[in-house]
Design a protein around this ligand. Structure first.
Ligand code: SF4
Length: 247
């Protein structure tokens, strides 16, 4: 129980720091609350080191040899992410699959092809976005990552978001949506709407790998829902000034 409380506090602290970084008002700090959130965190030095990386290259270097969770044991390559380091839009999936693990690149293979098509359908190319995932090492048999693995790896994602400073995030699948929104809600309740996280807008939709699991009418129905989400994303994307990072 003590371990669970410590993990909960660590996740909460990571999320609160992320919120503040994204422009949300500061967290009200009662007497000792910051000390409580930070207490007994054996990974504080690692988190501080990750939090100080000023760019994607140094963050990627810091993560390359990461052994912070058991997934490091089975990986071939850390899949850090790929794309425009100043992208207005970040696309975040769940975790690398077999091909991604071998190549060290995100969203390749069938799932990656579908993602490319989804973006192309709203006139966005992969080159202009940054694509990554919550978890940077492949879970065995592509299983869903555990909450401990998510907790261990999500500070890297939050630091990527901080460095890239996108205006929009497309969260693919329930895991990505829950982590970015700090929610336990089901994907069906998170998709179809715009979420504000500080100055950031987040749209959640189905993961391409999920869409590929179905055939026929079921696949069409899910793709129709995803298309509605992409339309929301496209509207927001077009509303964003194109020179955000040149200011
Ligand atoms: S999944 Fe993340 S936390 Fe775990 S070993 Fe890989 S990079 Fe480190």
């Amino acid at each position: 129980m003590e371990h669970k409380i410590a993990a909960f506090l660590r996740d909460l602290n990571t999320w609160l720091e992320f919120q503040v970084e994204m422009g949300a008002p500061g967290v009200p700090e009662g007497p000792g609350i910051r000390a409580l959130l930070n207490r007994d965190d054996p990974d504080r030095a690692w988190l501080d080191m990750i939090g100080r990386t000023p760019d994607l290259v140094s963050l990627s270097d810091a993560v390359r040899g990461c052994t912070r969770c058991p997934l490091h044991a089975g990986r071939n390559k850390v899949v850090f992410g790929q794309g425009d380091p100043k992208a207005r839009l970040m696309v975040v999936g769940e975790a690398p699959g077999r091909l991604e693990d071998l190549k060290g690149l995100p969203f390749i293979g069938r799932s990656g092809d579908l993602l490319t098509k989804m973006l192309q359908a709203i006139q966005i190319s992969r080159r202009e976005v940054f694509i990554t995932s919550v978890i940077k090492c492949r879970p065995p048999q592509n299983r869903t990552p555990s909450s401990a693995e998510i907790s261990a790896c999500s500070p890297v994602l939050f630091q990527q978001i901080k460095i890239i400073a996108p205006r929009l995030i497309l969260a693919l699948g329930q895991v990505a949506a829950q982590v970015i929104l700090n929610s336990r809600a089901r994907l069906r309740d998170l998709r179809g709407k715009i979420h504000d996280v500080g100055n950031l807008k987040v749209i959640a939709t189905y993961h391409p790998a999920f869409l590929l699991r179905f055939r026929g009418a079921a696949q069409k129905a899910y793709k129709r829902e995803a298309w509605k989400d992409l339309q929301i994303l496209k509207r927001l994307y077009d509303e964003e000034p194109h020179d955000t990072h040149a200011e």
